[in-house]
Design a protein around this ligand. Structure first.
Ligand code: ADP
Ligand code: MG
Length: 162
């Protein structure tokens, strides 16, 4: 499974894609089928729904509080044992080198799930994506396309499609 495409009729449908991704990871963990780390790049214009999808994921992984956009802090960490979830928004990143100073490599360890908005701002410094998600406006609605870029990503999409 290399690619999936869905039509998202409303915000709740976008949240549900994030929640379903979390369910796949939780299920895999229970069966101990694969490593847990996952790197997801999120592409789409401002307001497309990147943060909305990530909110669904973070909540699905067990977080009960707010999920705010890390526009000024670049990254918001969530400790959700046995996972560490990192939500990046690199929109305001001036230079990818700033990520090196933040110790970005530690964020791509096992058990870490990284959801990264505006990944092109971190070119050369970020780990490779397992899944690239594109969200496009269709008037009030959205079209989402998920592409697997690794065998890890393919395994996740395969289960997401079930
Ligand atoms: P981004 O992080 O891509 O800039 P956000 O997730 O912060 O975007 O914001 C998406 C906005 O679009 C929210 O205000 C949300 O209510 C609205 N919206 C309308 N329809 C959808 C949809 N189908 N999916 C996601 N967001 C939607
Ligand atoms: Mg956002």
């Amino acid at each position: 499974m290399k690619q999936l495409e869905y039509f998202l009729a409303d915000e709740a449908a976008t949240v549900a894609v994030g929640e379903n991704l979390a369910k796949v990871l939780q299920g895999q963990y229970e069966q101990k089928l694969t490593q847990q780390s996952l790197v997801v790049f999120l592409n789409g214009d401002l307001g497309a729904g990147k943060t909305t999808l990530t909110r669904g994921f973070v909540r699905g992984m067990g977080h009960q509080g707010n999920v705010k956009s890390p526009t000024y802090t670049l990254v918001e960490p969530y400790e959700l044992p046995p996972w560490q979830v990192y939500h990046f928004d690199l929109y305001r990143l001036g230079d990818p080198e700033e990520l090196e100073y933040m110790g970005i490599r530690d964020y791509f360890a096992d058990n870490c799930c990284c959801f990264i908005e505006w990944p092109e701002k971190g070119t050369g410094v970020l780990a490779n994506a397992d899944i690239i998600i594109n969200i496009e406006y269709q008037n009030e609605q959205r079209l989402i396309d998920l592409q697997a870029c690794s065998s890890r990503g393919e395994g996740v999409l395969l289960q997401l499609a079930q």
